[in-house]
Design a protein around this ligand. Structure first.
Ligand code: HEM
Length: 209
């Protein structure tokens, strides 16, 4: 088993997106169902908690968008990602699928490593990227209605046809909400499996030392 040291760009785009996702899930659920309310200020209506949290939601949404674009570029073109690109061949290897599924079923057996991701992992991450671009795309469709300058102003006429194609703004909001659950389900499994991999490697090397 080779030892993998993530590059700085890998590390930054990974943890930046983790922070974004935590902030986006919390603020997103607040937007959907405002679960706390500031005391009413009777002298002036200045308690715009929903608007403030929506602002932070969009800000972190843009950060997620940027980090995802950068990571996508790196995956295809950076030298440090060649080990990730190499993993693609696992997806076409029946041997890799069988040995990996057998490993998870039996928690035993030898694993053949090639590249960074096993086939199940590669296909899962591909699904996660489809969900990521889906939540970003629907998020942008929602956001062009809230802010009309700059990039969002530029995107407004381009995204309106897709809004119609997706069945209108209320449907877009529903799809965006549904995709949130992809990340809520993915994150604990991902954290568990990443920790498990390290623990397994440690006990494996100990047992064979
Ligand atoms: C992991 C990423 C994200 C999660 C988990 C997430 C989650 C959510 C949730 C749960 C809602 C409430 C939907 C509802 O009312 O039922 C929401 C609303 C919204 N999201 Fe996201 N979101 C994410 C990414 C983004 C991105 C990338 C953008 C834009 C760049 C964005 C823009 C918006 C906007 C503008 C709304 C407000 C819709 C409204 O005012 O009704 N979101 N988000």
């Amino acid at each position: 088993m080779h030892h993998y040291e993530p590059s700085l760009s890998f590390w930054v785009t990974h943890w930046a997106r983790f922070i974004c996702m935590v902030v986006l899930v919390v603020t997103g659920f607040y937007i959907a169902q405002p679960f706390i309310m500031p005391d009413a200020d009777l002298s002036a209506p200045v308690n715009f908690l929903q608007a403030k949290l929506r602002f932070w939601h969009i800000a972190f949404g843009m950060l997620l968008f940027s980090a995802t674009l950068i990571k996508t570029y790196l995956f295809f073109f950076s030298k440090s990602s060649s080990i990730e690109r190499m993993s693609f061949s696992n997806v076409w290897s029946l041997k890799q699928w069988v040995s990996r599924i057998w490993f998870y079923l039996s928690l035993n057996g030898k694993l053949k490593d090639y590249g960074l991701y096993n086939p199940l992992q590669f296909v899962t991450y591909l699904g996660i990227y489809i969900a990521l671009y889906g939540i970003i795309f629907t998020g942008l469709i929602l956001a062009v209605h809230l802010y009309h300058n700059g990039m969002l102003g530029f995107l407004y006429p381009l995204l309106r046809p897709f809004e119609a194609l997706l069945g209108g703004i209320s449907n877009v909001r529903w799809i965006h909400h549904l995709l949130t659950w992809v990340f809520l389900i993915f994150l604990p499994i991902h954290i568990y499996m990443a920790s498990f991999k390290h623990l397994y490697k440690k006990s494996y090397t100990k047992a064979h030392a």
